[in-house]
Design a protein around this ligand. Structure first.
Ligand code: FES
Length: 113
């Protein structure tokens, strides 16, 4: 597993042992740790675009990291608008880049979140 994660945190100490699992970003299987935020697994795997804005199609990814800004929302297991910075990884999850509000935007004719 590509380890682009903090091993020894100055406040939290050693990273606890965690179970290795696999999530799927589009057709790409990615290694992850069960329970870590989806965004952490994606960033560790080199994914840099999580969604694109509705109006201009501009790329977005992790910004606040605490579930407030919606820049990290993605389609997770067919559900759009999932905040990946605060959603824990489960084995076998399917994660997709989201355009605007995802499927719901097209169905409702909505705009930028
Ligand atoms: S990065 Fe802001 S809500 Fe996830």
């Amino acid at each position: 597993m590509n380890e682009r994660r903090i091993e020894i945190h100055p406040i939290l100490g050693l990273r606890p042992e965690r179970r290795h699992v696999t999530i799927h970003f589009g057709d790409r299987p990615l290694p992850a740790y069960e329970g870590e935020p989806i965004a952490a697994a994606l960033l560790a795997a080199g994914v840099r675009v999580f969604r694109k804005t509705s109006k201009r199609g501009e790329p977005r990814q992790l910004f606040c990291g605490i579930g407030r800004c919606t820049d990290c929302v993605m389609i997770v297991d067919d559900l759009p608008g999932v905040r990946t910075c605060v959603t824990p990884v489960r084995d076998g999850m399917r994660v997709e880049e989201q355009d605007g509000r995802g499927r719901w935007e097209r169905e409702r004719g909505g705009g930028e979140p």
